[in-house]
Ligand binder design. Structure first.
Ligand code: GLN
Length: 468
C-alpha cells in the first residue's frame, strides 16, 4: 500500500481517537500527505526509499519543526512558530520519516502525568480516567492508540520511560550527548535527551540509528561512533551479566511489579545470561538531587520568556492605564515582564522557577545546589562501580501502575516520588530502555527498565528484545 494511504489511515484514526485521548496539540494533514506523496512518487520512479521511508512519526511539542507551532504545552508559547528544524527532525526528514503532528506534554516537560499541560491532559488509552504518564504522555498515547507508528519524546528525568511504561510501549532514553539537543526547547540542559517511543525494539533501533551522532550545532553532542543497532539486536544474550539493584526492589515497589520482574530475570538466566544482585547505595538521594538541579537549570533556561522578545505578552495598554491611575513607581517593562510570566506560565512551572531560583540564591547555593552537584557525582560513581560487575541493570520503571487523573495533582512531592526509578539515569547520563513485559491485575502494563553503560544503547536494545 502507498505512503499516502498509510498517512490517510492514521489521520482517520487521529480524528476518531484524539477527541477522547487528547494526544495531539496540532496535526499537520497537508504536510504529512505531501511528504507521503513525494515518497510515493519516488517509489513510482523505481527509486529505493531511504531507511525510514514512510515511517509515520509524531513529535513531542517541545521539538522544533520549521514553520510549525512548538507550544511546549504552555500558554507562553501557544502561538509560537519555529523558524527551523531540530537536528533530529532534519535527520529524520532526510531518512524519509513523515511528521504527522505535535504531541501533548506537561508544560515545558515538567511533570509525570501530562496534567500540567495548558492544553489539558492526554489520557491513558487503556482507561481514560487514568494518566498516561509524563511528560511525553501525548507521544506515548499516540503510539499506544495507533495514531502513528512511532513518536519522539524527551527525557530529562524519566519523561520517555515512565509514559512508555504506563502505556505499554517501548521507550528509549539515549546516553546524554548521543543525540543532538539542537532544536529541543531546554528544560534542564545537563539532563535533557531526545529519544524514540515505539511498538517494537527494532523500530527504536532504526530511529536511534538515524538521530544518533555528533552534531556541530550542539557542543554537548558526543563524537562517539554509532554502531549498527539492528546488527547488534541479532547477537544472543548468552553470557551477558545482568544486575538487579537492591535499592530498586524495596517496599515502595508494587508487589506484582516485583514478581513480574523477577520472573523476567529468571527467563534471561534461562537464556544464558548471568543474573546477580548489585547495590547502588546513593539511590535514596536521587529524587532530592534531581529536583534541586533540574529546577535550578530550569529557572535559568526559562528566564528567556520575558513577554518582550517572543511568547505570550500581557496587555500593555492595560498596564499603562493601571500605572497612570496608581502612584506606583513600577516601569511598564517591569510590570509587563511580571504579568506576562504570571499569566503565561502554569502553577507547576512557576513552582519550579521559584524552587530553582531559591537553590541558586547566594545564601543557599552551597547548602543546596553545590551539595546536590556532589551527590550527583556519587550517584554516577554508583553506576560506574555497578557496571564493573554487570553489563546491564534490570529495574522497574515506576513504583506503581498509572494513577487516576487528579489524584496526585495537589501533592507535588507525591508526584515527584513517582520518578524514583528514572531520575538516576539522567543524573548519571546513562541510557535507559523501557519495554513492556506483562500485565498488572489493574489491567495496566508492567514495564521493565534496562540501564546500561554510557553509549551502550546497543546492549540495552539486545536485552530489551529478549524480554519482549
Ligand atoms: N517528571 C520529571 C520532572 O517533572 C521528569 C520530566 C522529564 O523527564 N521531562 O521533572
Amino acid at each position: 500500500t502507498s505512503c499516502e494511504a498509510l498517512v490517510s489511515s492514521f489521520l482517520e484514526r487521529i480524528e476518531a481517537e484524539n477527541p477522547r485521548l487528547n494526544a495531539f496539540i496540532s496535526v499537520d494533514p497537508e504536510g504529512a500527505l505531501a511528504q507521503a506523496r513525494a515518497l510515493d512518487e519516488r517509489l513510482a520512479r523505481g527509486e529505493p526509499l531511504p531507511p525510514l521511508g514512510g515511517l509515520v512519526l509524531a513529535v513531542k511539542d517541545v521539538i522544533c519543526i520549521k514553520d510549525q507551532r512548538v507550544t511546549c504545552g504552555s500558554r507562553m508559547l501557544e502561538n509560537f512558530v519555529s523558524l527551523y528544524d531540530a537536528t533530529v527532525i532534519t535527520r529524520l526528514r532526510e531518512a524519509g520519516a513523515i511528521f504527522i503532528g505535535k504531541t501533548n506534554c506537561d508544560e515545558f516537560a515538567m511533570g509525570s502525568s501530562n496534567e500540567t499541560s495548558y492544553f489539558g491532559p492526554a489520557r491513558n488509552p487503556i482507561n481514560p480516567d487514568y494518566v498516561p504518564g509524563g511528560s511525553s504522555g501525548g507521544s506515548a498515547v499516540a503510539v499506544a492508540a495507533r495514531m502513528c507508528q512511532a513518536a519522539l519524546g524527551s527525557d530529562t528525568g524519566g519523561s520517555i520511560r515512565q509514559p512508555a511504561a504506563f502505556c505499554g510501549i517501548v521507550g528509549l532514553k539515549p546516553t546524554y550527548g548521543r543525540v543532538s539537543r539542537y532544536g529541543l526547547v531546554a528544560y534542564a540542559s545537563s539532563f535533557d535527551t531526545i529519544g524514540p517511543m515505539t511498538h517494537t525494539v527494532e523500530d527504536a533501533a532504526r530511529i536511534l540509528q538515524v538521530i544518533a551522532g555528533v552534531d556541530r550545532w550542539d557542543s554537548t553532542s558526543a563524537p562517539v561512533e554509532v554502531p549498527d543497532y539492528l546488527e547488534a539486536l541479532k547477537q544472543p544474550i548468552k553470557g551477558l551479566r545482568i544486575g538487579l539493584p537492591r535499592e530498586y526492589f524495596t517496599e515502595g515497589l508494587d508487589p506484582e511489579f516485583r514478581q513480574v520482574l523477577e520472573e523476567r530475570a529468571a527467563q534471561l538466566e534461562a537464556a544464558g545470561a548471568v543474573v546477580q544482585e548489585v547495590s547502588l547505595p546513593h539511590t535514596e538521594y536521587g529524587i532530592a538531587t534531581y529536583y534541586i538541579l533540574a529546577t535550578a537549570e530550569a529557572s535559568s533556561n526559562l528566564a528567556r520568556y520575558d513577554g518582550i522578545r517572543y511568547g505570550y505578552r500581557a496587555d500593555v495598554q492595560q498596564i499603562r492605564r493601571e500605572l497612570a491611575e496608581s502612584d506606583s513607581d513600577d516601569s511598564v517593562i517591569y510590570r509587563l515582564y511580571v504579568r506576562s510570566r504570571s499569566e503565561g506560565f502554569g502553577t507547576e512551572v512557576k513552582r519550579r522557577i521559584m524552587l530553582g531560583t531559591y537553590v541558586l540564591s547566594a545564601g543557599y547555593y552551597e547548602a543546596y545546589y553545590a551539595k546536590a552537584q556532589r551527590v550527583r557525582r556519587l550517584i554516577r560513581q554508583d553506576f560506574d562501580r555497578a557496571f564493573e560487575q554487570v553489563d546491564v541493570l534490570l529495574t522497574p520503571a515506576s513504583p506503581t501502575p498509572p494513577f487516576p487523573l487528579g489524584s496526585k495533582l495537589s501533592d507535588p512531592l507525591e508526584m515527584y516520588l513517582s520518578d524514583v526509578y528514572t531520575v538516576t539515569a539522567n543524573l548519571a547520563g546513562i541510557p535507559g530502555l523501557v519495554v513492556p513485559v506483562g500485565t498488572h491485575s489493574s489491567g495496566f502494563p508492567v514495564g521493565a527498565q534496562l540501564l546500561g553503560r554510557h553509549f551502550d544503547e546497543a546492549t540495552l536494545l539486545r536485552v530489551g528484545r529478549a524480554l519482549m
